[in-house]
Design a binder for this molecule. Structure first.
Ligand code: FMN
Length: 203
């Protein structure tokens, strides 16, 4: 693909939060995850997994568990004004609008072994989460190229224990983000971007 077509694809991708009542089929989902598979990764470890939830009942049950856990966390913490916490709770549950939900997961650093990695100070230094984030960008762009909409979401992970307790998740992996996936039922305007001169620094 020429670079300007790629740039157009990148620029026209939007976070979609309202979806048509039509489920992407498995061939389509496979094709999207195929793009994720070709992302760069630290030492080419490909320390990622994509767990696809496509059962409405299971997604709804996750939404309810996330809602309960996040509500409880806010009540316990007394940290936020009620109005603000409502918004965050709704944000954490917004993945429930999608017919398909993909939990992107990265390999836990402790599971990687190796002295260097074990002594590395930060999660980022191990590269697993960053590699998975890059794979997720491939995934959302591939979805957009196929006419599907996505929204990357980390607010649902506020309910960490809910995801940790999902049965049969791959061992040794932890959630990176949730990706809501489906056919778009909205065409949002592009949120403003910072100007190039404000994000680039030449030395
Ligand atoms: C790491 C990450 C976490 C995000 N978490 C959420 C989220 O929890 N809920 C949500 O509605 N959108 C979430 N978003 C989507 C952003 O709000 C969105 O990308 C941003 O506003 C720019 O809009 P655009 O994606 O349409 O260009 C997230 C995006 C990223 C990259």
């Amino acid at each position: 693909m020429e670079s300007d077509r790629l740039l157009t694809l990148i620029k026209t991708r939007r976070s979609i939060r309202r979806f048509a009542d039509r489920k992407p089929d498995r061939d389509t989902i496979d094709a999207i995850v195929e793009a994720a598979r070709w992302a760069p990764s630290n030492h080419n470890r490909q320390g990622w997994k994509f767990v696809v939830f496509e059962d409405r009942g299971e997604i709804q049950a996750l939404v309810e568990d996330v809602r309960e856990a996040v509500e409880k966390a806010f009540v316990d913490a007394h940290r936020l004004a009620a109005s603000h916490s409502d918004e965050l709770i709704e944000g954490a549950c917004a993945f429930g609008a999608a017919p398909v939900v993909i939990l992107a997961m990265h390999k836990k650093r402790s599971a990687m072994g190796g002295k260097l990695l074990e002594s590395a100070a930060s999660e980022l230094a191990s590269g697993e989460a960053l590699s998975t984030a890059m794979a997720v960008e491939n995934l959302v762009l591939a979805a957009h190229a196929k006419g599907l909409g996505t929204c990357v979401m980390t607010a649902p992970l506020l309910a960490g224990e809910v995801w940790a307790n999902v049965p049969d998740l791959p061992a040794g992996f932890e959630p990176t983000c949730v990706v809501a996936l489906g056919y778009p039922a909205e065409e949002p305007d592009a949120p403003r971007r910072k100007a190039l001169k404000h994000v680039i620094e030449y030395r």
